[in-house]
Every structure is written in structure tokens, then in C-alpha cells.
Design a protein around this ligand. Structure first.
Ligand SMILES: C[S@@+](CC[C@H](N)C(=O)[O-])C[C@H]1O[C@@H](n2cnc3c(N)ncnc32)[C@H](O)[C@@H]1O
Length: 269
């Protein structure tokens, strides 16, 4: 659990008003995971663009930071063998539950693996390694160096590493909180506050209950995550240092007023 006082910006101010009624969790822990899964269920971003590139590279796929399978299931739908690596067992449990409900042929082509994307050794190579949803931003510089080395040693000759990031655009630099609502696949609505002080190297996203849900005496749960800001140019340089070259930049439709999603298609040099 995270201390409410550690949440910056408007979200922190709102949480402070609830005093001891509030508990703050990581967005991907046992409490946050099901909410992330609900939100991910209504998020189709990147899928079409990623699948288009994956289709051009036949063979087994390694998906990193697979979470509860937002990208895993569409990858399996291509008829590929997919190894889905994820740090949190609680997220893997959500993926396993989805696989259990999938047709046997699909389920049998998927291998969920608990592991750290910055240090893994699977003993085989893949035609494509996918790291979506800007999840590279969850790693610090040392973690990213480990990630690139592991990816390079798991790429088959001619293989591709697809990783997405978010470029901040528009009013993202002014330091204001972005306060908006998003709906999960279940229909539940969530209030999300994104905070980034001007020029800061990270942004914080916090999910707090809607006002109507805080009027009871029940304990209140908030979820938070910190995301590094990793512009495309920086990632391209890091990939080059790790012996990979970017062969294409794919810019995706704008996802909100502040964000431009881009995924990089890289190959070993
Ligand atoms: C933004 S979510 C993306 C999940 C999924 N790819 C999707 O599109 O919904 C990031 C995921 O990365 C996982 N994660 C965080 N650090 C990780 C690490 N070092 N290695 C592997 N997975 C990690 C989190 O548990 C979480 O499930």
C-alpha cells in the first residue's frame, strides 16, 4: 500500500480530505489489477497497428508486461504461439482466467510466464517481441538497459522488437492536472487524474472514486501509478546503444488531448 500523502497534485489534495478512510494501492497490485483489467477491456489502442506488423513476421511471439492479456488475446487470434511474460502473479491470474474461457486451441498456444522484463532468459528466440501500452516507461535507465539486452538475445534473425511510448503534446507541458472520467468494460466509470509538474520527468496517474461513491462510510480505495516520460528520440538512442536499429515509427491516432502514442519497430543490427 502507498501513503496517501505520497500522491502529488490535485489527486493528493482530494485524497487528503478522506483522512484514514482512504487506502492507496498500486494500479497493478492485487487490489488495482482488477480495475486495470476492467479499464483495459475497453481500450483498443495500438492493437490494430501492432497486429499489422506482427502479421508480416511469421513465427512465435514474446509479449512482455502482458498484464491481463489486452494484447495477448488478439496476438493469439493471429494463430501464433505466444509467450506472455508478466511480473505480477495477480495479473497473470487474470490472464489465466481469460485463457481458461478461450477455445482449447487458443489456450494451448499461450504460455504465461512470471518474470521481470528487465532480466529474463527463456532459452529460445522469437520472431517478434512486443512491449505495448508504453510499459517501457515503468523501467528506470538500468532496467531498460537490461530489457534491451534480453530482447536482443531473444530475437530470431530478422525478428522485430515492437515497443510503444507516449509523446506528450498540447498543454501537457503547463503542469496542470488533467481530470477526466473513463469507463471500464463493465460499464463502471472511474475518475482519473493525471499530474505532471511542468518539465518533470514523470507523470502520475491516480484513479479515485467518483464523488457519488465517496458519500458512504465505506473505506475508499485509490489506485496510483508513476509513468516515466520517454520521448521517441531517447528510446531510439537507447536502442542504438543496445545494438538495435529502428526501422519504422508508427504514429497512432491521438489518445486524449495530451498524448500521442507511437510505437517503434526495431531490429537487431
Ligand atoms: C500498462 S500495463 C500493460 C498490460 C498489458 N500489456 C495491456 O496492454 O493491458 C503494465 C504491466 O506491466 C507489468 N510490469 C511492471 N513491471 C514489470 C516488469 N519489470 N516486468 C514485467 N512486467 C512488469 C505490470 O504488472 C502491468 O501488468
Amino acid at each position: 500500500m502507498t501513503a496517501a500523502t505520497a500522491v502529488p497534485g490535485l489527486a493528493g489534495e482530494i485524497l487528503a480530505e478522506f483522512g484514514s478512510r482512504i487506502s492507496v494501492h498500486d494500479l497493478y497490485d492485487e487490489v488495482g489489477g482488477p480495475v486495470y483489467h476492467d479499464l483495459a477491456g475497453s481500450d483498443t489502442s495500438e492493437i490494430r497497428e501492432m497486429l499489422r506488423v506482427v502479421r508480416a513476421h511469421p513465427g512465435p511471439v514474446l509479449e512482455l508486461a502482458a498484464g491481463s492479456g489486452r494484447l495477448t488475446l488478439p496476438l493469439l487470434a493471429l494463430g501464433r504461439e505466444v509467450t506472455a511474460l508478466e511480473l505480477k502473479e495477480s495479473m497473470l491470474d487474470l490472464l489465466r482466467a481469460r485463457l481458461a474461457a478461450a477455445p482449447r486451441g487458443t489456450r494451448e498456444r499461450c504460455r504465461p510466464v512470471q518474470g521481470d522484463m528487465s532480466a529474463f532468459a527463456l532459452g529460445r528466440r522469437f520472431a517478434v517481441v512486443v512491449l505495448g501500452t508504453a510499459s517501457v516507461s515503468l523501467l528506470d535507465e538500468e532496467g531498460r538497459a537490461g530489457l534491451y539486452a534480453c530482447v536482443r538475445s531473444h530475437l530470431a534473425p530478422g525478428g522485430r522488437f515492437l515497443l510503444s511510448t507516449v509523446e506528450l503534446v498540447g498543454d501537457a507541458a503547463d503542469g496542470a492536472d488533467l481530470d477526466f472520467e473513463a469507463a471500464g468494460a463493465s460499464g463502471t466509470r472511474y475518475r482519473m487524474i493525471e499530474y505532471r509538474p511542468a518539465g518533470a520527468p514523470v507523470r502520475n496517474v491516480t484513479i479515485i472514486p467518483l464523488e457519488k461513491d465517496t458519500s458512504t462510510a465505506e473505506p475508499i480505495v485509490a489506485l496510483t501509478t508513476t509513468i516515466r516520460i520517454l520521448p521517441v528520440d531517447r528510446l531510439e538512442n537507447e536502442l542504438a546503444d543496445a545494438g538495435m536499429t529502428v526501422v519504422a515509427r508508427h504514429v497512432m491516432p491521438a489518445n486524449g488531448p495530451r498524448h500521442l502514442d507511437v510505437f517503434l519497430e526495431a531490429a537487431a543490427v
